[in-house]
Ligand binder design. Structure first.
Ligand code: MG
Length: 423
């Protein structure tokens, strides 16, 4: 089998990659939806490197292209090619991809709600004007209202057992509005050029900001108590002293983890030594890794016991086999695994399910990605009934990553620039 074409399309808010072969078997995967400009720039570089290759030799493909990627977002195309090749390999063999990764060890995989834009919110929709995101995304919401939203998620049939919210510098707007950006830190600069994903932000916190963050956690937990696990996505941008003070102060609240305090999302570095300083200073679990590309760049964090939890995104780290390798290596070092996956859509969710059902018991949960907008669920086939229940996704048994486009339905949503995507 040979790769004859590689295409992408923006469908709704999700960006999809299609690998075309001479055997009529297609592979699909997805990108985080914030990366459109990067993908348009990168695909013309990678495409000639894999045309003519056999996509079922996934290792061979990766050895051709993996060294040409980098930290988020520059590893996105390599990662999505990897996942689409697995989809083809599974379809060619007539088995789900998890069989090719060594087989599953669990029939359902726990997920957590990071984006508050999932099917769980759909059913909670109050009326047509409700944007489905609930109070958790409203910057004016009180901590108590956010806590109520989280409890509502846990009480739905989908029954999320864990939720994560943007916090500190990462979710700063909810604090900046009350405190003022200049009062939040000592040296703040915020600029977010269009299409770059994230701006420059972060500095030593004021005492007032630190107190506001700690008070927020106290009020949130006074509502949620021990009924749903809570993680906070905090950065990057915290200084080491602030991260240590905050992690120490919230120890009594038994958070699942605090994520990306010092380095993280869109930083092309890891600061492993600084993370080790933080992690050894507190019982609050410390998490990072969504920006990191390839297993080699996790080595220092893992071997140095620099964090308690790693969270690579298969759509940035180099794909699902790369994620599996990191999970195994982390497990050998007593480090937990909670993969990132915010906006990678239904194909991203399917790929995460394939790999997470094969991981050892250091696996916690992956961040549940949803199709956006809702009509995505009408253009994709293969998802079983009630696949998301009681905080878990049921592992299903279709060949490849387990979902397919209904092409006649999906074609209607193609933009003019992508009109040849399925041809
Ligand atoms: Mg994050």
């Amino acid at each position: 089998m040979k790769i004859t074409d590689v295409k992408t399309a923006l469908i709704g808010h999700n960006i999809v990659l299609r690998i075309v072969t001479d055997k009529g078997i297609d592979g699909y995967s997805e990108f985080e939806n914030t990366k459109e400009s990067y993908i348009d720039a990168l695909l013309p570089f990678f495409k000639p490197l894999i045309l003519g290759c056999d996509p079922t030799d996934v290792n061979g493909i990766m050895w051709r292209i993996r060294r040409a990627g980098a930290f988020k977002p520059w590893g996105a195309v390599v990662s999505s090619i990897e996942m689409a090749c697995w989809d083809i390999a599974g379809k060619e063999a007539g088995v789900p991809v998890y069989k090719l990764l060594g087989g599953k060890v669990r029939d359902k995989v726990r997920v957590y709600n990071g984006s508050f834009k999932t099917e769980a919110m759909k059913a909670a929709k109050k009326d047509e004007n409700d944007d489905l995101r609930g109070k958790a995304y409203e910057n004016d919401a009180t901590p108590e209202e956010v806590g109520e939203s989280m409890l509502a998620l846990s009480e739905r049939p989908e029954g999320f057992t864990m939720a994560k919210m943007a916090f500190g510098w990462h979710g700063g707007v909810r604090f900046f509005k009350k405190i003022g950006l200049d009062e939040f830190g000592y040296n703040t600069y915020y600029d977010r050029p269009e299409g770059t994903g994230r701006g420059n932000i972060g500095s030593l916190l004021t005492e007032r900001a630190l107190n506001a963050m700690i008070e927020y956690v106290d009020r949130l937990k006074s509502v949620t108590k021990d009924k749903i696990g809570i993680a906070l996505d905090c950065g990057p941008g915290m200084t080491v002293p602030d991260a240590k003070r905050f992690a120490k102060a919230v120890e009594p609240y038994n958070l699942l983890w605090i994520e990306d305090t010092i380095a993280g999302d869109y930083t092309p570095w890891t600061m492993a030594h600084a993370y080790r300083d933080l992690t050894t200073s507190t019982t609050t679990p410390i998490h990072t890794g969504e920006q990191i590309y390839l297993r080699e760049n996790f080595r220092e964090l893992i071997e140095g016991q620099c964090v308690n939890v790693v969270g690579p995104d298969p759509a940035d780290v180099g794909g699902i086999a790369e994620l599996k390798w990191i999970a195994e290596y982390a497990d050998l070092h007593g480090i937990l695994m909670a993969p990132h996956g915010t906006f990678d859509g239904i194909f991203g969710m399917a790929a995460l399910t394939q790999v997470c059902c094969t991981m050892p018991n250091n696996y916690i949960a992956y961040e549940f990605p949803a199709g956006n907008p809702d009509w995505w669920y009408d253009i994709v086939e293969g998802l079983p009934e009630d696949y998301l229940r009681d905080g878990h996704v049921k592992v299903w048994d279709k060949p490849g990553i387990g979902v397919e486009f209904n092409i006649p339905k999906a074609e209607k949503y193609l933009l003019e620039k992508d009109k040849d995507f399925f041809r």
